[in-house]
Write a protein that binds this ligand. Structure first.
Ligand code: PBG
Length: 336
């Protein structure tokens, strides 16, 4: 028996089939809902800065701050009390500490290392994930070591391994390489195993695109590239299959969690990967996405909370297990 033409099918089934029956009350809508958002799904990115009693607003990211370590203690308790299970740490490094090799990234008393210890002292249960890339430490603002205008791969990976080890030694639960150098997951995994940091996980930014949505973040860390752009290492937004290659390779190399970044403009990639891989997938709703909603809401053009929750739910529907988002606290508050 052949399949009936679409219109014919509708004609026959109506009025017996009415999808509105499943939408007629909040209770039935909740019964049939396919995806739910919970605070357990959220990772909060946090910006750390030096000094004392510092809570510096970031202009293009209203509601986000750079925290000094003393104030971070209170903040981390508040975050945990909201039910958020993980934070993703980024540091703003002073200009005089930046160089081409990212030397400061390996300082056992560096800001990142101290931030990890501070958080683990205050709330040991929270999952601490750390950004592994050279850009905040680089005098060129690039994620790797630069030679004659080229971002070198293999020598950068060596530094990233040492950086990851240093984070593990300071107590990080997961290191999160966001640099997009080739082969770094294998090398970092091998280095962690060799040093017996066998329980330290890797969340790989596996499909990270060369995106213009990162603008406000680069202001937050003062880490914009000094020359050129990041297109020789981050992915071309035109590519879809390449996200599979990158992600499958990172899983083979030892990634425990993989990531798609940015978020909303790349939901198709999240879905593709969800259908292909079994490891947990993180989505990163990046700074520019956050800024767009804040700006529109400020003008009264969008209803902030409703749009925020709709966007976060869309990540779940696309197939993400967790979402790194600057909205994490606001969303968790609404979910309490
Ligand atoms: C740096 C890094 C970036 C982001 C996370 N890690 C910026 C970049 O790659 O230039 C962007 C996050 C955001 O925009 O929210 N390795």
């Amino acid at each position: 028996m052949g399949v009936k033409p679409y219109n014919d099918y509708l004609y026959i089934m109506y009025p017996n089939q009415r999808n509105r029956r499943l939408r007629k009350s909040p209770a039935i809508r909740q019964l049939v809902s396919e995806y739910q958002l919970s605070a357990n799904d959220l990772l909060l990115p946090l910006f750390i800065t030096s000094g004392k009693q510092v809570k510096e607003p970031i202009s293009a990211m209203p509601g986000c701050y750079r925290w000094s370590l003393d104030l971070l203690e209170e903040e981390i308790k508040a975050v945990w009390d909201l039910g958020i299970k993980a934070v993703l740490l980024f540091v703003k490094v002073e200009d005089e500490l930046k160089d081409n090799e990212g030397t400061e990234a390996l300082n056992p008393e560096g800001l990142m290392q101290r931030a990890i210890r501070t958080i683990k002292k205050v709330v040991p249960e929270i999952v601490v994930m750390t950004d592994v890339a050279l850009d905040p430490y680089s005098s060129y603002g690039h994620d790797g070591i630069v030679e004659k205008g080229v971002i070198l791969n293999d020598v950068t990976v060596e530094v990233l391994c040492k950086m990851a080890l240093s984070h593990a030694q300071s107590g990080a639960d997961f290191v999160a390489p966001s640099d997009m150098m080739d082969g770094r997951i294998l090398k970092i995994r091998t280095a962690l195993e060799a040093a017996r940091w066998t329980d330290t996980g890797i969340m790989s930014y596996s499909a990270k695109y060369a995106s213009s949505f990162y603008g406000p973040f680069r202001e937050a860390l003062d880490s914009a590239p000094g020359f050129g752009d990041k297109r020789t290492y981050q992915m071309d937004p035109a590519n879809r299959l390449e996200a599979h290659t990158e992600t499958l390779r990172d899983i083979e190399e030892g990634a425990d969690i993989v990531m798609v970044k940015p978020g909303l403009a790349y939901l198709d990639i999240i879905r593709d990967l969800r259908d292909q891989v079994d490891v947990p997938i993180a989505a990163y709703q990046v700074s520019g996405e956050y800024a767009m909603l804040k700006a529109a809401a400020e003008r009264g053009w969008l209803e902030h909370d409703a749009v925020m929750m709709e966007q976060l739910l869309a990540f779940k529907r696309a197939g993400a297990n967790m979402i790194a988002t600057y909205h994490a606290k606001e969303a968790a508050q609404l979910l309490l």
